[in-house]
Every structure is written in structure tokens, then in C-alpha cells.
Design a protein around this ligand. Structure first.
Ligand SMILES: O=c1ccn([C@@H]2O[C@H](COP(=O)(O)O)[C@@H](O)[C@H]2O)c(=O)[nH]1
Length: 174
């Protein structure tokens, strides 16, 4: 039902391109989203939160639980349908994650207010095509609580955009 609500415009008036999903309920639940052609699933893998240690770093037969999540989920759909959430606060882990997800887009929250390092995220996580979708929210929307909030938000967004552009230029992607 959630998949229908978010992906089927006739049913709900909404037709999002992608949705972030917890892997916790397993393949059948994730498949309900994958059954919509052309839509993307963004699976939580290694989150930016301190609480990531509670479950995501539990040891399994295949390494940490988040590594198992990535490996298993990559048998459910290809990199053209499946992305993973990896927090920018875990920038040094990106090298390891790329062993399991060499081609998947990674959705990367945690720059800005959470203090993640964009330069490191790019150094360790960027593919030859970039492969990163970096998100910042509070640092932009709360850049100012004055009357200049729109200009301040624009300036903050531009700052991150220019940093990203710099990284793409360094990597020879643009
Ligand atoms: O690992 C995760 C997964 C999701 N989030 C969400 O992303 C945004 C980040 O907002 P900021 O203000 O840039 O910190 C927020 O909606 C989180 O719930 C995340 O931060 N980390």
C-alpha cells in the first residue's frame, strides 16, 4: 500500500521517483517498491546517526550487518534501481562500502549541520560517474532566522554546490 501511495499517481496523486526504505522488513517489502518500473529504492545501509552503532555494526557471518544489507540487497535489484543511504559522518567507511556497492548511487546525508566532510566523502566514495547524491537540509533552511533567510539559504546552498563542483572538477567528471 505504501508503494502504491508514493509511486502510483492514479491512486494517490503522487508519483515520486524514489523512496528511502528500511531493509529491516526484508525482500518482500522492498520488492513491493521495486515492482514499479523505473522507480528507485534507496535502502538505509550505514546511517549518519550515532545510533548506527546499535544495529548496523552488529557482526554477521558476512561482516557488519550494514555490509550484509548491501550485499543481499544487490541481489534483489541492480544498481539501476537500488541506491544506499550512507551518512557523510562515516566518510572513511566509503572505501569499504564501495567494495560492496561499486556502481550504486549513494544518498549521502550528513554534510552541513551534522558536520560530515564533503571532501572526504568524495575522496572515498566517488565513482568515475560521481555516484553520490549529497543532501543538506538544516544548514540551508536555517541559515538565518532573520528577514534575509532566503538570501542566506541561497548562499549556503551555493557554497555546497561550489564545493561539489570543485570535487567533480578534481575528479575530471566536469
Ligand atoms: O543516515 C541518515 C539518513 C537520513 N537522514 C535524514 O537526512 C536529513 C539530513 O538533514 P540535515 O539537516 O542536513 O542534517 C534529515 O531529514 C535526516 O532525518 C540523515 O540525516 N541521516
Amino acid at each position: 500500500m505504501y508503494a502504491k501511495a508514493f509511486f502510483n499517481e492514479d491512486a494517490s496523486g503522487m508519483s515520486f521517483d524514489a523512496i528511502t526504505v528500511s531493509p529491516y522488513m526484508g525482500q518482500d517489502t522492498v520488492n513491493s517498491y521495486l515492482s514499479y518500473p523505473g522507480k528507485w529504492v534507496i535502502l538505509l545501509a550505514l546511517t549518519s546517526s550515532a545510533g548506527s552503532k546499535d544495529f548496523q555494526y552488529l557482526e554477521t557471518n558476512q561482516g557488519f550487518l550494514y555490509e550484509t544489507v548491501i550485499q543481499k540487497a544487490n541481489t534483489w535489484a541492480g544498481a539501476d534501481r537500488m541506491m544506499f543511504v550512507v551518512g557523510a559522518t562515516k566518510s572513511t567507511e566509503f572505501t569499504n562500502i564501495r567494495k560492496f556497492a561499486p556502481d550504486n548511487f549513494l544518498l549521502v546525508p550528513g554534510v552541513g549541520a551534522q558536520g560530515g566532510n564533503l571532501e572526504e566523502v568524495c575522496r572515498y566514495g566517488m565513482t568515475k560517474d560521481c555516484g553520490l547524491i549529497v543532501n543538506a537540509s538544516r544548514s540551508i533552511i536555517y541559515a538565518s532566522n532573520g528577514k534575509d533567510f532566503a538570501e542566506a539559504a541561497g548562499a549556503e546552498a551555493l557554497k555546497i554546490q561550489l564545493q561539489m563542483e570543485n570535487e567533480l572538477e578534481k575528479a575530471g567528471i566536469i
